[in-house]
Design a protein around this ligand. Structure first.
Ligand code: FAD
Ligand code: SF4
Length: 329
């Protein structure tokens, strides 16, 4: 049986109290929201904090609102609530779809938007028991000095594995971060960095409070497609998100984001030049799919064949385009 390590536990009632707890014990705390990822990771000794700060009692972090035309989603909102919300389903179908494809119903009822955004990266050589990792000599993400995926590499390339994050990027969402200096906002795209050890910009003492989809993003057509072996529960081995403006007959702008490759979701470059002003013809869909294929290079960081995952990139890009614009692409 895998046991939890020893830690002290606190349950702040406000963001202010949570920040005070983090500030009082720098480097010692792990925040836990739904706990669906943090608890298994604690049992695997992937996290070894002295203190757990449970965010579950902070009422102001719950709920979905429309504020000045923007969609505002509290960090403690569950994935079930996000996927069922009428405004999200009507205006950001891809977001609702991605949330509905995370794990299983039980996990979506507990798992939160903030925890999903801050999800630790995953790797075949990392998401294992202490005993398993020790037998291999650990790796540079934790306790070791070598990467088993890219042995000559100096950086961890563990896979970004959140289903919802790529769609947040596709719709131009922003994240609100609270810390000792107050609150700041930045794009979800810039929230992530390409280092699998810690793949976001959060500093010790900071937390995510909300995700905001600006009013300007309303009217986008959105979609999310996920490749995974077992539809009932598995993490993505590939995720493709689309955020597009315009119609099938005339695309105005197009953003395609591919995730579960490396530590940061990849925004496919050069698509506006290909697609803006064009109709979604089979030839254009092929050109977009080929561009994505060229720019995506899955690694052996998740336990499925990397060549096959790469072959699936154009297939899933075409399917996601079809979903966004209605009908096959
Ligand atoms: C069997 C299984 C299958 C899964 N499948 C998927 C899947 O298919 N797709 C997917 O996306 N996820 C999957 N997950 C991961 C996870 O369940 C979800 O991503 C979930 O949304 C995480 O939310 P949580 O509230 O439970 O996060 P927690 O486990 O509480 O926290 C996760 C991380 O986020 C940090 N954190 C939480 N809230 C905040 C905050 N407000 N500010 C700063 N940091 C914060 C925690 O410190 C921790 O590092 C799976 C998990 C399991 C166990
Ligand atoms: S990518 Fe390399 S360093 Fe990162 S978790 Fe995997 S084996 Fe470890």
């Amino acid at each position: 049986m895998l046991t939890l390590p020893h830690f002290t536990w606190s349950r702040p009632a406000t963001v202010h109290e949570a920040l005070a707890e983090l500030a009082a014990h720098p480097g010692e705390c792990l925040m836990v929201a739904g706990g669906t990822d943090a608890v298994p990771n604690l049992k695997h000794r992937l996290h070894e904090p002295r203190r757990i700060v449970s965010l579950g009692g902070i009422a102001e972090l719950r709920g979905i609102r429309i504020e000045d035309g923007a969609l505002v989603v509290g960090a403690l909102t569950t994935l079930s609530a996000l996927s069922a919300h009428p405004h999200v389903r009507e205006h950001f179908a891809g977001v609702a779809q991605a949330a509905s494809l995370v794990a299983s119903p039980q996990i979506r009822n507990m798992g939160t938007v903030g925890g999903n955004l801050c999800l630790d990266t995953r790797c075949t050589y990392y998401n294992q028991t202490f005993f398993w990792r020790e037998a291999l000599g650990f790796c540079l993400k934790k306790d070791g000095v070598r990467c088993h995926v890219v042995p000559q590499g100096k950086r961890c390339v563990a896979a970004h594995s959140s289903d919802v994050a790529p769609v947040w990027i596709a719709v131009g969402a922003e994240v609100e971060i609270a810390g000792p200096e107050g609150r700041r906002r930045q794009s979800v795209d810039d929230f992530f960095v390409g280092d699998g050890v810690h793949n976001n910009v959060l500093q010790s003492g900071e937390m995510v409070t909300r995700v905001i989809v600006p009013e300007a993003s309303h009217g986008l057509s959105t979609a999310y497609r996920k490749l995974r072996p077992r539809a009932a529960i598995d993490f993505p081995m590939l995720g493709v998100a689309v955020g597009a403006r315009g119609t099938r007959e005339r695309i105005e702008s197009l953003r395609v984001v591919v995730s579960a490759l490396g530590a940061k979701p990849r925004v496919i470059g050069g698509l506006d030049a290909l697609a803006a002003g064009q109709a979604l013809s089979p030839a254009l869909a092929d050109a977009i799919a080929v561009a994505a294929h060229k720019q995506c290079h899955p690694l052996i960081n998740v336990p499925y064949d990397a060549d096959w995952r790469r072959d699936m990139v154009p297939v899933f890009v075409r399917r996601a385009l079809g979903d966004a614009f209605g009908g096959a692409a």
